[in-house]
Design a protein around this ligand. Structure first.
Ligand code: ADP
Ligand code: MG
Length: 265
């Protein structure tokens, strides 16, 4: 029976693309910050052993005692692992390089794709009263990304506006289909966000046209421009909304958050 005193389950979105450098981490940090600014309680799960989302939100590498690794192995609860960031309502579960450890691979076959799913069970995260969980996936379709897809309600795909972008996408969609068949039948595509978009570049226009022709409404209206402020912000351990609120990058991620909120209601 549903309990009226219990907060509603958060929406879990995996930010995935097996290509590196397409804007997954930038999207996790800045969409997360923009949602948090819109009164949403947001937790970013850093699922990349490189830990870029953790660094970009100011959690230093030598200050990551409880990490996503502990959460996956059941050695910590989400409220123990979640860190408050400098941004109100924005939390992060940090990652360290030990996330690439083989132990996870060694867990018995049936369980190992469900580690994140089980760690984010609603009772486990109730006390955090979250509206959104954004999972920053590694640049690969490995077991970690499978864990994200099994745990998620939907997948948000950052697509860099460059040649071959759509070929990479079909591989990801195949994996999404496999996860639907095996473990998570309700997994949806939240949307495809064009990133590092440069209107002066004919190739970017072509990628956009192809994406909108092939994927229709799945492509967000908002496109994320190439904007140097977005690439500078992480070294100041800030989302771009704090680093340079008037930048085009900040405006774009605010617009993406607004579009997502509108779709979800
Ligand atoms: P991924 O997580 O997919 O590997 P990142 O988000 O880390 O990709 O982005 C790769 C690099 O590109 C980073 O240096 C980041 O700062 C930069 N970057 C990402 N999005 C943009 C953008 N819209 N404009 C300019 N630089 C960007
Ligand atoms: Mg990344």
């Amino acid at each position: 029976m549903s309990d009226p005193t219990r907060p509603p389950a958060p929406r879990i979105i995996a930010i995935a693309n097996q290509k590196g450098g397409v804007g997954k981490t930038t999207t996790a940090i800045n969409l997360g910050a923009a949602l948090a600014r819109s009164e949403q309680r947001v937790m970013i799960v850093d699922l990349d052993p490189q830990g870029n989302a953790s660094t970009g939100l100011g959690v230093d590498a030598d200050d990551r005692e409880i990490t996503i690794y502990d959460l996956l192995l059941g050695d910590a609860t989400p409220s123990e692992a979640a860190r408050q960031t400098e941004v109100d309502n924005l939390f992060i579960v940090p990652a360290t390089t030990d996330l690439s450890s083989a132990d996870i691979e060694l867990i018995s076959n049936e369980k190992r794709s469900f580690l994140l799913h089980d760690a984010l069970r609603q009772v486990a995260i109730d006390t955090l009263s979250l509206d959104y969980i954004l999972i920053d996936c590694p640049p690969s379709l490995n077991l970690l990304t499978i864990n994200a897809l099994v745990a998620a309600n939907s997948v948000l795909v950052p697509l860099q506006s460059e040649f071959f972008a759509l070929e990479g996408l079909s591989q990801l969609m195949l994996t999404v289909r496999e996860v639907r068949q095996s473990a998570n039948p309700n997994l949806r595509i939240e949307g495809v966000a064009l990133t590092m978009y440069d209107r002066r570049n004919n190739l970017a226009l072509q990628v956009e046209e192809d994406a909108r022709d092939n994927l229709g409404d799945l492509v967000f209206n908002t496109v994320i421009p190439r904007n140097v402020r977005l690439s500078e912000a992480p070294s100041f351990a800030m989302p771009v909304l704090d680093y340079d609120p008037s930048s085009r990058g900040a405006a774009a991620y605010k617009a993406l958050a607004a579009e997502l909120l509108e779709r979800d209601h």
